[in-house]
Design a protein around this ligand. Structure first.
Ligand SMILES: [Zn+2]
Length: 293
């Protein structure tokens, strides 16, 4: 948890957001927002008109996730969208489970939205750089929200499968890394996990997507699921710790095989290569030039 904000601008990705959702769920699902303290008019974008009034008295019916967005369906037929951006943090306080209780901390400078619930829990959204976002939309039309409408399938969902990926990448001239980062092709993958997935697949991140064989592309689907599932699992372990630390959700230490490991021996069994960092479209890519072809 201490590594959180230095050099982690690629965070959070889908597993971290899913971990936040799972941490929030038992605390606020089914609970009523009794006070909504909105401390500034905007984050990355303007906050919705009359946000405090629209949230006060609303019950959280369901907490779901789409890509890197957390969606809270409310009893008011509106849905609250939360995006952590690059520096957003969610803190839970006033919540008691077993022996652990986090008293409400003194307000911090970058606490922008503070929600108090009828069970005494407080959820604080802190975002020093304000790359995060929040919005309210009618629940019935939430898939057509401008941040959500163009997203491709969820990588852990049934719509993301081998035939889909092969068809989607046919004839594409972009590097495979860029293709997997394209949110219209598959939602929620970012710089970290794409490096990890391509390393496991043994595919060079610079290869032109449309020129990779169908058989090799097909391997990306189960590997994507496996890499994300392992990270979500690691996040789940961190949730068991958060109540003992500071109540902050979502960032956890996870052993990456290549990401941020420039110069380290390649972890592929039998490979004597070393992890190399290259820059693609302005972002770091970590790969092994020996076993990724
Ligand atoms: Zn290697």
């Amino acid at each position: 948890m201490t590594m959180r904000r230095d050099g982690w601008s690629d965070m959070p990705e889908l597993p971290e957001v899913e971990t936040v959702r799972r941490g929030l769920m038992p605390v606020i699902e089914g609970r009523v927002i009794v006070t909504a303290d909105i401390r500034r008019p905007d984050l990355r974008f303007a906050l919705p008109e009359g946000m405090a009034g629209r949230l006060t008295g609303a019950r959280v019916l369901r907490l779901t996730r789409r890509s890197k967005y957390i969606l809270a369906d409310l009893s008011t037929d509106e849905t609250l969208l939360i995006h952590l951006g690059m520096s957003g943090r969610i803190l839970i306080s006033g919540d008691t489970l077993g022996a652990f209780h986090h008293a409400h901390p003194a307000p911090e400078k970058h606490d922008h939205v503070v929600l108090d619930f009828d069970n005494g829990a407080r959820v604080t959204f802190n975002d020093a750089r304000r790359f995060g976002a929040m919005d309210l939309m009618p629940t019935a039309g939430r898939d057509s929200h401008w941040l959500l409408r163009d997203l491709g399938p969820e990588p852990l969902g049934n719509a993301f499968h081998e035939d889909y990926l092969i068809a989607r990448l046919k004839g594409r001239r972009m590097p495979i890394k860029a293709a997997l980062l394209d949110q219209r092709i598959v939602a929620g993958l970012g710089n970290i996990y794409v490096s990890e997935i391509l390393h496991r697949a043994g595919i060079d991140p610079r290869r032109v997507a449309g020129r990779i064989s169908d058989a090799r592309l097909a391997t990306l689907v189960p590997l994507t699921r496996a890499v994300l599932a392992e990270a979500i699992e690691a996040g789940g372990s961190s949730l068991r710790d958060y109540r003992r630390t500071d109540g902050e959700l979502g960032y956890f230490q996870h052993a990456f095989r290549v990401y941020d490991r420039e110069g380290a021996p390649c972890p592929t069994p039998g490979c004597d290569g070393h992890v190399r960092r290259i820059v693609q479209s302005g972002r770091s890519t970590f790969h092994c030039p020996k076993c990724q072809r």
